[in-house]
Design a protein around this ligand. Structure first.
Ligand SMILES: Cc1cc2nc3c(=O)[nH]c(=O)nc-3n(C[C@H](O)[C@H](O)[C@H](O)COP(=O)(O)O)c2cc1C
Length: 212
């Protein structure tokens, strides 16, 4: 268990949400609705705010400065993020801001990904259909976080997302998501422990939810 007692309340959480067709989303729409109801969480709908990909770099950098924990929230597309989240990284994480000798703006902050994946969890391993674990597939983002002096946590992930509604697995996942957001906000997450897991949640998929 990686939750602990509160030490430093009021950590500021920023969710950068990227889903190109939110109107057709089954699970991310639910997760987004639940996150909006949690007090003290900032949410940016990237496709909603930048439908033509004209990302306002100054505004996005200011948002980063004002928050302690950044969450990339997205459906897994081709083992990666939807395009706008890559565009956001390319433009916002500038030299001299996010990295480089004077680029210390993000030092000490935390980054994690909240992901839904169509494939089942057992497909995401060396012997499985997708050959790599989700953590392995996230390595470019993990190394980006490291370069920026950020702590990278294990992902909060729902596997088998396309059958999650019919399988009755969304409710538990949403409950764990709300718990996680509240714990991050209240500084009740043991960040060092949360760094080393394969994923942050136990429920939400059709397999065992093993942590290692
Ligand atoms: C363009 C595209 C690429 C996708 N690539 C993957 C993938 O690489 N791995 C995977 O497990 N699911 C993949 N999926 C399935 C999505 O992850 C799945 O539709 C999504 O998690 C469902 O969430 P939603 O109900 O919020 O839309 C892909 C879906 C689309 C449309």
């Amino acid at each position: 268990m990686y939750y602990r007692g509160m030490t430093n309340p009021d950590r500021k959480i920023l969710i950068l949400f990227a889903h190109p067709s939110l109107d057709r989303s089954e699970v991310n729409a639910e997760l987004l609705r639940a996150a909006s109801a949690v007090e003290g969480i900032s949410i940016v709908d990237l496709y909603g705010e930048y439908p033509t990909y004209q990302i306002d770099i100054d505004r996005e950098q200011q948002r980063l400065l004002e928050h302690d924990v950044v969450i990339f929230m997205f459906p897994l597309y081709w083992y990666s993020t939807p395009a706008i989240l890559k565009e956001w990284q390319d433009l916002v994480l500038e030299y001299g801001f996010a990295y480089g000798a004077d680029g210390t703006a993000l030092n000490g902050k935390t980054l994690l990904c909240a992901i839904t994946a169509g494939g089942p969890e057992e497909a995401y391993r060396a012997e499985g259909f997708n050959h790599f674990t989700l953590r392995e597939l996230l390595r470019p983002i993990e190394q980006t976080a490291i370069l920026c002096g950020m702590r990278f946590l294990a992902p909060f992930a729902l596997f088998g997302s396309r059958t999650a509604v019919d399988g009755g697995r969304v409710g538990n996942h949403v409950a764990e998501w709300v718990n996680l957001l509240e714990a991050l906000r209240d500084d009740r997450v043991d960040l060092a422990a949360a760094q080393d897991l394969s994923k942050l949640n136990a429920a939400g998929d059709e397999s065992t939810g093993d942590k290692a």
